[in-house]
Write a new protein. Structure first.
Length: 146
């Protein structure tokens, strides 16, 4: 699946994603923001995770697009939101789906027991992780386009 816009990875860079996700990760993993950002940067080196996050943002942006806001205008607004609010994104409510995504991140950086991988590989685990990605994408778009 293609991204909402080819500009998305240039507007929301890997480092931006780490900063945006740090409060979410810090709160649920019970670590400080700097540690959360460091762990997320390591996890975002995984191209599959990075692609999944961009796809979740793309889905949320597609849902926000309308007749009065074309893709370029929405990307411009997102860019302004990144500049103005990337350090102030609040954490969404903790859900099992959000925890599934965090388990995936922790597995990538060696912070979760290897046996947790089987949980994510189950049908229920994959569904929870997919929903967690969708929820995070929608949350970030909501926060950045305020």
């Amino acid at each position: 699946m293609a991204y909402f816009s080819d500009r998305l990875p240039h507007i929301v860079r890997r480092e931006d994603l780490a900063i945006l996700l740090a409060p979410i990760y810090a709160e649920t993993a019970n670590v400080d923001d700097d540690e959360a950002k460091d762990r997320l940067l390591r996890a975002l080196a995984d191209e599959a995770l990075l692609d999944d996050l961009y796809l979740s943002l793309s889905a949320a942006l597609t849902a926000r697009a309308g007749p009065r806001m074309d893709a370029d205008a929405l990307m411009d607004k997102l860019s302004k939101g990144i500049g103005a609010r990337r350090s102030r994104v609040k954490s969404p409510p903790a859900t099992p789906e959000l925890f599934a995504l965090l388990v995936r991140i922790n597995l990538l950086i060696g912070e979760a027991p290897a046996n947790m991988r089987s949980v994510l590989e189950s049908e229920k685990g994959r569904a929870a992780m997919k929903k967690g990605l969708q929820d995070v994408g929608a949350h970030l778009v909501r926060e950045l386009l305020k």
